[in-house]
Write a protein that binds this ligand. Sequence first.
Ligand SMILES: [Zn+2]
Length: 746
Amino acid sequence: MVCDANRPRASAPLDSAMWGLLLALATFAPAVDLGLGTPGASGLGLAPPATTKAPVSTLAPSSNPAQQPSGKNNEQHVRIRFVKKKKVIIKKRKKLTRPRPLVTTGPPVITTPAGALHLPEEKEPGCPPLGLESLRVSDSQLEASSSQSFGLGPHRGRLNIQSGLEDGDLYDGAWCAEPQDAEPWLQVDARRPTRFSGIITQGRNSVWRYDWVTSYKVQFSNDSRTWWGSRNRSSGMDAVFPANSDPETPVLNLLPEPQVARFIRLLPQTWLQGGDSCLRAEILACPVSDPNDLFPKAPALGSSDPLDFRHHNYKAMRKLMKQVNEQCPNVTRIYSIGKSHQGLKLYVMEMSDHPGQHELGEPEVRYVAGMHGNEALGRELLLLLMQYLCREFLRGDPRVTRLLTETRIHLLPSMNPDGYETAFRRGSELVGWAEGRWNQQGIDLNHNFADLNTPLWEAEDDGLVPDTVPNHHLPLPTYYTLPNATVAPETRAVIEWMERIPFVLSANLHGGELVVSYPFDMTRTPWAARELTPTPDDAVFRWLSTVYAGTNRAMQDPDRRPCHSQDFSLHGNIINGADWHTVPGSMNDFSYLHTNCFEVTVELSCDKFPHENELPQEWENNKDALLTYLEQVRVGIAGVVRDKDTELGIADAVISVDGINHDVTTAWDGDYWRLLTPGDYMVTASAEGYHSVTRSCRVTFEEGPVPCNFHLTKTPKQRLRELLASGAKVPPDLRRRLERLRGQKN
Ligand SMILES: [Zn+2]
């Protein structure tokens, strides 16, 4: 997601105590990477109150060892504890304030009434998530004893759900029980007997408050009336699970014994003092076999494509790419565009019928994934795409064959491999929302490209564009090219790549939302948090975005609920980037202003790091969209600009379209591509030393691109210059023309 941890939260009024906290945290930040807030950058509202290591030691010890995801976390808490004073968590008083429904909260154990169901006995600590985060669990499956408001209802109790950002936002980032609710609970109906094996909880994500639950009990039921508790194996007592000590870090508890039931309840026992009982959760659960088809089937999650549906770390990714290359040596080539800060290579898979070379007239396209290392779905989708293209090419699929024959495709699955390795080590469920987003230096790569918007807009305000300052290919500002400029090696590598290859079309794959956003990403009004800021090519960008959004199955699902707080489906699942939240230095804006390449951002899924078992479904959601988007490189006009006398292509000729204040240029051999939506256009080709030529070109809805070639005649001055340079004599006709020109001037 472009926004997430870095979103502007300036609207949040922080009281002085909180500022103190933030300052303390900032001082401490270099030592503790809590995975929240860019080091030295905004992240304000999200900065975690590192003060509060919950004194969970006062609680009944859990019988399981998996309460902390890793030693690193413990280390963070320990370090923080020395500088902050503890807050005290009160033990909840047991006082019924109102009649409870027919719920037996007590321990009387009803033996697991699994009936005729066959229970697999093997120990499976690694049950997949039930799908609170991925939204596979619908809102109607979530229920609670009470909630403070609709925006804090049980449907908000999903792992990693994000709060709204603005005053008066309906939604906040958690389920919160009413303060007077003496025995709060959050309930999940799995809709069929399920083997529950673990629970992951988080505190509340909010601009306004800190709330988290520090311990909870767990109960199960088959009818939502009769309940039994999860018990410690040794003591036989109800297990009390230690929970969270900050708002964001997910904490996993495995059950002492997995339980088969249809319903599961989390019953908060204690929470942060002065706070409320608020949590976000995911449930780990394995399906149980149902040989007699007694229960409704879970929706299928499959794909018929026999691809490698796993998460691939750096080594596995490299191995997989090599396999694809070996299977399809004639249409693939692996190359690296540079190295990450910690030295991992930025591998690209090139796929085309003549890998390694630019063919005249053949457009170059790219997909970039993983610039935010924890947004892992794009990486896997590109690895799946390269396997799919290779396989279908070998099978002779006409669509894929045409794509590989008529375009040169470059796939960069991991722009930020360092961040990914961090997220991968934590795992898809425990990585949280922000860890692994940045590169090793703590740089957000999507804010790290040169800001070319500001110089362009200043020149426009001064009336200098396009006569004095060009409206395209803006140069890198001086400050950006200095040796000590804060430019990540990953960013540098991508910029050089963009400059080396004449890309026409690209998409930048992110995660954490379900929407396509198009440039500009930066607001034109300085400091505006959001503002509609279209490019001169708004029609093309909206077309491109709509093509992806319109062919992505998840976005097209009419029943889908919003991921977090904004319902993008109201506007066709596309949005102008700056109208969402301003991002200065984004890759999309840079690509548009520094090169010929049009690039949009695709937010692929609500869950940034979906569990492995979601990958087949995510592939099916995106397969057609990934192919159809690349085919859009055919929308518009294309051709070659040549010298009329020599027929040689002219490099760097400028293609201008009447009414669109953004030009593109030709590649080395004079070929160009100008993405345009259907319509009639006056197109001018100009090049230094040549007379410009204007002609009309019609773009239709038929298959393109429409050929629109140009032959340019050298100016007399240029011919003279070349003749003199070659030491030849000036022919009489040219001499006469030059004299006439001179006469006109005088
Ligand atoms: Zn992102």
